[in-house]
Write a protein that binds this ligand. Structure first.
Ligand code: SLL
Length: 154
């Protein structure tokens, strides 16, 4: 497994959270009584591009108050949907395809449940979805040849 010397390959992705307060007239039936919001955390390609050719699986580490707080997502869509009452930091661990021989990499992201920025009161009244979404790139430095071929379609 030779490395391709002097080569760096970047792959973009987006990750983040989306949350909405429960509709009081239509609470999710299985949600614990103290939960107030539905939310989702996700990793995906730009414009929903399929990134599974380099990203094998994703582990989301939720707050310890959640049952089974380690959620391994084995294929796209790489996302976890949950309900809850509080904001917390989510650890997102990327596992790359086996031919990469790359070690897993982690990033952190804060789950946002409550509106922020401008017109917070208006956003609350309209029960707007609260989004916290980031753009990032993973860097593969001197990838092994077999992974270089996968990345470049060779
Ligand atoms: C806070 N530091 O106090 C944070 C902790 C924990 C959020 C937030 C539900 C867990 C469950 C949940 O929303 N935990 O009951 O399944 O704000």
């Amino acid at each position: 497994t030779k490395r391709v010397r002097g080569v760096q390959i970047h792959r973009p992705f987006v990750y983040g959270t989306e949350a909405v307060p429960f509709d009081p007239a239509n609470r999710p039936k299985n949600a614990p009584a103290d939960h107030t919001h539905s939310w989702k955390v996700f990793v995906r390609g730009i414009n929903n591009e399929d990134i599974s050719y380099w990203l094998r699986k994703v582990q989301f580490k939720l707050h310890d108050t959640y049952p089974n707080s380690l959620r391994m997502i084995e294929g796209p869509p790489f996302e976890v949907e949950e309900t809850g009452w509080g904001e917390f930091e989510i650890a997102i661990k990327f596992y790359f395809v086996p031919e990469s021989t790359e070690k897993p990499q982690s990033i952190w992201h804060g789950l946002k449940l409550h509106p922020y920025g401008d017109d917070i009161e208006g956003k609350k009244e309209r029960r707007e979805m609260v989004k916290s979404i980031c753009y990032e790139e993973v860097l593969f430095n001197e990838p092994v040849e077999q992974f270089y071929d996968v990345l470049t379609g060779g």
